[in-house]
Design a protein around this ligand. Structure first.
Ligand code: FA5
Length: 338
């Protein structure tokens, strides 16, 4: 048995040193150590059948042989791998070949616009608050002074998820959540995604708004106008008008829609503004006393204003984009320009 072990060890060492390739080496490994019929595997079984007194010596010799052969296999594997990576068959690098330009990712134009709007309001002392995109009927409508049979609910075509759950149709429910959780003074913005059954060149079923709310003693419409005027100047520079048109939202009184002079044509009329020279960018007004009552504020002491700005509209004006769908089609030729 001692002789068989020594003989197998010599044979294995010779063959491993001469193995010409990694494939050949792998075949050799299987021949020596394979679980079925491997030479060392079989020898190990034979040692187990020897008389008890012969086992320790032969077991030790066999283990030494296995360890030595295993080490040799690893060494030869390293040699052959290295030769493959650096030898004549190694892949060649053509240093004259023009490089590939790495594709650098960028932020989406709507994200950029949203961040810009938030920055402008954060600088004016507003703090960010957030709410869920799946909203209760109560927060989205009822607490905002739109009871179930209120005709104003028809104004917004709503995606219903259940009888009392909707995809929020505006960011105004975040006003309610914030006022229920905090006491005045409140000065918050709520950026987020909103959903409506609405689709044309300037309307998308999913779009973004930045809600604003300021509630405290002595807040009046002058504060609202001043803050929004400042917002337009910070985003677009001076020289473009913001006009208020009287409008109706059940949760404000008085209410207004805010139009901005079209940036593309500066009021002359073009594709971006549909020829009118103005683009509606927001809804706003003084918080309705009933809304304050709904959140437990005393409307005799607390007044406030609120606004909701359409982020896509701002992005369209900033970048002279005439079709809102371009923001959602993920066409790299469009997105790469920002
Ligand atoms: C509202 O959503 C009110 N919650 C805004 C508000 C807040 C009023 C607080 C008073 C106080 P409105 O439906 O007008 O209002 O939408 C506000 C802005 O969102 C619009 O001026 C417009 O810029 C944008 N917008 C509305 N619908 C879409 C749409 N389908 N796609 C893209 N932008 C839209």
């Amino acid at each position: 048995m001692e002789e068989r072990i020594a003989e197998l060890r010599r044979l294995a060492e010779r063959e491993i040193s001469a193995a010409p390739s990694l494939d050949a080496l792998e075949r050799l490994r299987i021949k020596l150590f394979g679980r079925k019929g491997g030479a060392f595997t079989e020898l190990t079984k034979s040692v187990a059948t020897l008389p008890v007194e012969a086992r320790p010596l032969n077991g030790r010799l066999l283990n030494e042989a296995k360890n030595s052969v295993t080490n040799l296999l690893e060494t030869r594997h390293r040699e052959l791998s290295r030769a493959l990576a650096t030898g004549p068959t190694a892949p060649q690098i053509d240093t004259t070949f023009p490089g590939r330009r790495p594709h650098i990712g960028r932020r989406h134009p709507l994200t950029l616009t949203m961040d810009l709007l938030c920055d402008v309001f954060l600088r004016m002392g507003f703090q960010v608050r957030q709410g869920p995109e799946i909203e209760t009927d109560y927060h989205n409508f009822e607490a905002l002074n739109m009871p179930p049979d209120h005709p104003a609910r028809d104004m917004q075509d709503t995606f219903y998820i259940a009888d009392d759950k909707v995809l929020r149709t505006h960011t105004s429910p975040v006003q309610i959540r914030t006022m229920l959780a905090e006491r005045p003074p409140i000065q918050m913005i709520a950026p987020g995604r909103v959903f409506r059954r609405d689709s044309d060149l300037s309307h998308s079923p999913v779009f973004h708004q930045v809600e604003g709310l300021m509630a405290d003693r002595g807040i009046h419409m002058g504060h609202l106008k001043g803050i929004l005027q400042r917002f337009v100047e910070d985003v677009f520079g001076t020289g473009l008008a913001l006009r208020f048109r009287p409008s109706f939202f059940p949760f404000v009184e008085p209410g207004a829609e805010g139009d901005m002079q079209c940036v593309a044509c500066r009021g002359a009329g073009c594709g971006v503004c549909g020829g009118s020279g103005w683009v509606e960018i927001l809804g706003a007004g003084m918080v309705h006393p009933r809304v304050f009552e709904n959140v437990g504020y005393d409307p005799k002491k607390i007044t406030g204003f609120a606004f909701g700005i359409g982020v896509e509209r701002i992005a369209m004006l900033l970048h002279n984009v005439g079709n809102i769908r371009l923001f959602y089609e993920n066409d790299m030729r469009f997105l790469e320009q920002f």
